[in-house]
Design a protein. Structure first.
Length: 406
């Protein structure tokens, strides 16, 4: 019997070495990964090389396909999936729509969702099915900004075909307890669709451990890439049950034939999730995301999550010392990589009615802190490139502001 060798844990110097690859950190205290993550310098080098070939007209299509293969394997490795469970998409919305439309819906069947905590991208696909197919969108209210997992489970009945939720809500940025919900849906044959845009590349997601049916993500946040590309994970047993809403040459299994080989009425779909891919690929975005993905996998999401957990704890405790309100500051499973400053959620997307929060936002921004307002609260979000000094800078600026404003 072979003994397993533990994976070496990254050291502080490993994190510091990778931090140096993000030039933006030299001029700002960056806490806005939940909007868009920083792009490493290697991405620019890789993109320039790709464009140079395109400008010279000596494009190697075979190598471009190899880059798709490499990134597909990296995506799969990131979440503990197999490569054929990964489909390339252009964004989170496309992936969610593919999963939603893949079921053969009948009027009167239902999907369960918590609309007050979801981004609109995970609401409209289901409303569209309500309009087109006559399904019921069963809305469950949130509790104190937390995903109401128990209530969602209780709402499942014989006509429930799908349940959906965000792994981490974009506001207030709390983590959903999806393990129990995933297991409950799996036992009942209910499609469980996860929007992991705010968790991918930062939190430790393992689909071997958590029986998610389908999960949609994008590159521009935790994966440190560009807008215009992401991926859809579909568990193998579900990929065979869902129907692709669109069909193209990349959805069809051509075997060893050339990609442009003409098809006919007698065709077979690609195995697994690749049947959901439509048209050609975004090779620039593929090239851009590969360096960041390699960094994340080298560190491991388990190590990244542990580091970020310590940093968020440090920031929350520091803010509380200055009597600055943190939304749902209790430690536990609902903590993620986002710290929300404020007492209550509002309906606004990027503003707040609270004059004190507006003042604090201005103070932080004027002192080089990159953050954003979401649904009435200030949102600071982390990645592995953040460190103790970044956190302490925010605490110091906020503490100075609090002396005259709290």
């Amino acid at each position: 019997m072979l003994s397993s060798v533990p994976t070496p844990q990254p050291s502080a110097s490993d994190f510091a070495a990778l931090r140096a690859k993000f030039p933006a950190l030299a001029s700002s205290i960056y806490f806005d990964t939940a909007s868009r993550g920083l792009v490493p310098l290697e991405a620019k080098t890789a993109i320039n090389e790709l464009l140079d070939h395109r400008i010279r007209g000596d494009v190697n299509k075979a190598e471009m396909f190899e880059s798709i293969k490499r990134v597909r394997h990296l995506y799969a490795q990131l979440i503990g999936a197999t490569p054929h469970e990964i489909a390339f998409t252009k964004n989170v919305s496309e992936g969610l729509n593919i999963a939603a439309a893949g079921l053969s819906w009948k009027a009167g069947e239902n999907v369960i969702v918590c609309p007050t905590l979801e981004h609109p991208s995970n609401i409209y696909p289901w409303l569209n099915l309500k309009a087109q197919k006559g399904i019921e969108v069963r809305n469950i209210e949130s509790k104190d900004g937390l995903m109401p997992v128990k209530e969602m489970m209780a709402a499942i009945d014989s006509k429930t075909r799908a349940v959906t939720c965000s792994l981490v809500t974009f506001a207030p940025g709390l983590r959903s307890d999806i393990q129990e919900l995933a297991e409950y849906c799996d036992k009942r044959g209910v499609l469980f669709v996860v929007d992991a845009a705010q968790g991918i590349g930062i939190l430790d997601i393992d689909v071997a451990r958590t029986p998610i049916s389908a999960m949609s993500v994008s590159n521009q946040k935790g994966l440190l890439g560009l807008y215009g590309m992401g991926f859809l994970y579909v568990r193998e047993k579900w990929a065979e049950r869902l129907e692709p809403p669109f069909l193209s040459r990349f959805s069809v299994d051509l075997g060893t034939a050339h990609e442009a080989t003409g098809g006919g009425g007698n065709y077979s779909l690609m195995p697994g999730a690749q049947r959901f891919e439509v048209g050609n690929y975004n090779y620039v975005a593929t090239t851009a995301v590969e360096p960041g993905l390699a960094m994340i996998i080298t560190l491991s999401t388990r190590a990244i999550e542990a580091r970020i957990s310590a940093l968020t704890e440090r920031m929350i405790e520091g803010l509380r010392r200055h009597a600055i309100p943190v939304f749902s500051p209790q430690p536990g499973v609902h903590r993620a990589h986002i710290v929300a400053i404020g007492d209550t959620l509002g309906n606004q997307h990027d503003t707040t009615d609270d004059p004190k929060l507006r003042s604090l936002y201005q103070e932080l921004s004027e002192n080089g802190v990159r953050l954003i307002v979401r649904r009435g609260v200030l949102r600071l979000s982390f990645h592995f490139y953040n460190n103790d000094e970044d956190v302490d800078s925010v605490i110091d600026i906020a503490g100075h502001w609090a002396k005259t404003n709290m």
